[in-house]
Structures are given as C-alpha cells and as structure tokens.
Design a binder for this molecule. Structure first.
Ligand code: LLP
Length: 404
C-alpha cells in the first residue's frame, strides 16, 4: 500500500518549490492501477487512463511505465501521448463533437477511435470503408454520476449517438461496410453504484447482435474515489464480478468473447494529488473567520464548478484546536473552497493541503486575474522532483501580439 505523503514531505516540497504547488505521489497511482488489474483479472480487460484528468508528460510516462494504456479527448492529447512514448495501438481517442479533420489525423496516427455522431460516422465510412476498425460511442439514456454537470449518458446529453437511433447507425454501417470493432459508453464521473455499469452493459447487449465484427466493449470511466472522509470508492472487485455475471448470462449466438475496456481518470490520479497553498490573510468578521490562500478558482475550480468537496488539512498545525473557517481564494470572484469548515487552528503563513487534487485540478487551471499557473512536483521513491515550472511574466505575454 502506498502511504499518503506525510505532512513533513508536503511542507518540504512547499518550502523548496514555493506555493501554490501541485504535488503528485507516483506510488499512489500504481496502487490504484493494480486494484483495477487485480479486480478485473477474471475478465479479458484493458485500461486506458483518461488523460484529460492530468496530462503532465511525466505522469503520462509513469502511466505507460506501469503498463496502462491511454485515452484521449482531443487530438492534442493524442499527440501528447505519442510524445510520451505510447504506441498508437495503446492510445484511444474518444471524441465528441469534433471536426472530421481530427478523426483523419487520428487515423493517420494509427490510434483507436470512438466516434460519437452519425455525421462523423458517415464521413468516416465514405473515406475509410472497411479498412480501419472503429468504435461507436452510444448514449444509453442512463442517469449516472455525482453532479449533473459530469453526467453524460442520460437523455438530453450531448454525448454519444442515442441508442434509439440504432436503425440509422445500421444504415450507415451497411452502406459503407464500416468495421465496427467497439461499442462504447461513458455515463458519467464519480459513480459509486456498480449497478450503473451493469445497466449500461444491459443496454449494450441489445445492440451487440447488430454488429457481427464487434471485438470490444468499452464502458468508459467514472469510478468513484473518496473525497469526503468516510466515503468509499467504487468496489472494483464487486464490479468485475457483476460484469462477469452479466456476460455469462448473455452468451452470444456463437459464444464470442469480448475484450472489456475502461477509461479511468479520477480513479488513477485523484488521490495522488495535493494542492498546497499558503494562508495569506485571516479576516475575522461577525459571523465568519475567512482564511484567504494564495490560490483560487484559477487553480482548483472543482469546488466552485461542481460544488465538489475537497478535504483540507492544515499541515503546519495538525494538532491545533479545531475551529470553523471559510477558506477562500485570492481571485476577484467568490471562490470559496470550503464554508464554515472545522479545521485545525489556522495562522497566517500556515500551509494548507487540498486533497484529491490530482484529477481535474491543474488540468482545469487557468491564468485568470493574470495569475501564474502553479508549479507541479512528482514524488517518486520519496524523492520530490519539479515536473513543471511555475509560470512567470513571460508566460503571460508569450502568445500575445503586441501591436505597435
Ligand atoms: N472516458 C470519457 C469518454 C470521459 O468523458 C471521461 C471523463 C472519462 C473517461 C474519465 O472519467 P473519470 O474516470 O475521470 O470519472 N472535470 C470533472 C470530470 C469531467 C469528466 C469528463 N469526462 C470533475 O472534475 O469532476
């Protein structure tokens, strides 16, 4: 088991590299990956890390090193994955709403592709016919996931081709003799209930007989990780067991076995990450003690965007008396990380650690208010190494064209 990084290690990194700072713990990523591999050893399964969660090139290389594949959501992520050294056959591009030219680029790169619209499927058929096996992203019309903003499989969602359009899909596939190798669904993020995945498969069982060349069932990502103390992650062993039972209960006419694919993002990298910030100002008001930190919604937007809970540790005063604080950012917006949260007594200059910051933390960061994006550090074998420099003024100006 990978222990959590200690307060001393985190404080050491904050002092050495400054704050705000993202710190990632490599061994925790491996621990999570092995849980998946062990749990799914009862089925022929492959995992593709959803790199949109965190694309630092060193993280991608570590993911490759531990034997995991990679899933991309833009052609640039495909290029990053190639740059990180992944072989094209270990890269998946699950697209949505993209220009056909990106699909052409992905074909040239030789990566797996999941197409999510009839329009692109038709263009694909016209150009490639049967020559390039491809996947279809279906919308199963299932509601799943933590927050509505991260639910993607329900009626009304923009993602995938709705299952009720099967006739149209079949028409296009037949007209151009397209080689459909994969059926894909991704219903959302933060899904604890394993039955949601089972429901998704049940929907796919209806479709499988319509695609005789099918080899892969791709159930996307979305496994839950604990954010709030006491919360549990998706029970991977139970999930694997239930999926196996589902397959066993639905044998195909020719007893064909499918390979199962998953695209975990949060499960692999959420808990490995810490955002470290320094408390800049304490402000006592009649109702509230505000603790302002040197970061904000520009660096970790999940609490403001999804009302997400991120646990906060005062790593500088871990045995201080408990008191209620409202922890706020330094951005010129109401960027509240936590309202009236009981924390160990905070003093100006203390370091706070925001947990679960690995997935969709740095990756969703911006330069809003012309603040610098934080530096990133990877801790591996207890050694902390800088993997991204903090921005500086040059970065803020580098793409701007200064007219004379
Ligand atoms: N596969 C597909 C096609 C996806 O769209 C996603 C996430 C994943 C896999 C990975 O899902 P995960 O295992 O990480 O839940 N920014 C939001 C999450 C957005 C997820 C977008 N798609 C958040 O911070 O909660």
């Amino acid at each position: 088991m990978a222990e959590q990084l200690s307060n001393e290690q985190l404080i050491g990194a904050a002092k050495e590299f400054g704050t705000p700072l993202y710190v990632y713990h490599a061994e925790k990523i491996k621990e999570q990956y092995l849980k998946l591999v062990d749990g799914f050893s009862i089925l022929d399964t492959k995992f593709f890390y959803a790199s949109k969660a965190l694309t630092n090139i060193n993280i991608l290389r570590y993911i490759k090193e531990i034997g995991c594949n990679v899933d991309c959501s833009s052609i640039n992520e495909v290029k990053l994955a190639l740059h990180a050294g992944f072989e094209p056959q270990n890269i998946l591009y699950t697209s949505n709403g993209i220009a056909f030219s990106e699909i052409e680029e992905a074909v040239s790169a030789g990566v797996h592709i999941n197409i999510d619209s009839l329009s692109n499927l038709e263009k694909f058929g016209k150009k490639y016919g049967h020559s390039y096996p491809v996947g279809i992203r279906m919308r199963p019309n299932i509601m799943a996931g933590g927050n509505i903003k991260i639910s993607t499989g329900h009626e009304g969602s923009k993602f995938g081709i709705p299952v009720e359009q099967l006739d149209k899909i079949e028409e296009v596939v037949k007209t151009y003799n397209i080689f459909i190798r994969t059926l894909h669904i991704h219903t959302g993020s933060d899904i604890k209930d394993v039955d949601v995945f089972v429901k998704g498969i049940e929907v796919l069982f209806e479709l499988i007989p319509h695609f005789p060349e099918l080899e892969v069932i791709d159930l996307g990502g979305g496994f839950k990780v604990p954010y709030i103390p006491g919360e549990k992650e998706t029970d991977i062993n139970l999930l694997a067991q239930k999926i196996k039972e589902s397959f066993d209960n639905h044998p195909t006419a020719d007893n064909k076995k499918f390979q199962l694919w998953f695209e975990p993002g949060k499960f692999l990298v959420s808990e490995c990450g810490y955002l470290l910030a320094e408390v800049t100002v304490l402000k006592e008001t009649a109702s509230t003690i505000f603790a302002a930190v040197d970061t904000g919604l520009n660096h970790l937007i999940r609490p403001m965007m999804y009302d997400a809970y991120h646990h906060i540790n005062n790593i500088s005063n871990p045995s201080g008396e408990m008191k209620a604080y409202t922890v706020t950012g330094n951005i010129c917006e109401t960027d509240t990380f936590a309202a009236n949260r009981e924390l160990h007594e905070i003093r100006e200059g203390d370091y706070l650690a925001f947990l679960n910051a690995g997935a969709y933390g740095f990756e969703m960061a911006s330069n809003y208010n012309s603040r610098f994006k934080p530096a990133e550090v990877l801790v591996r074998n207890n050694k902390s190494r800088l993997i991204r420099k903090r921005d500086d003024m040059k970065d803020l100006l580098k793409s701007q064209v200064e007219l004379d």
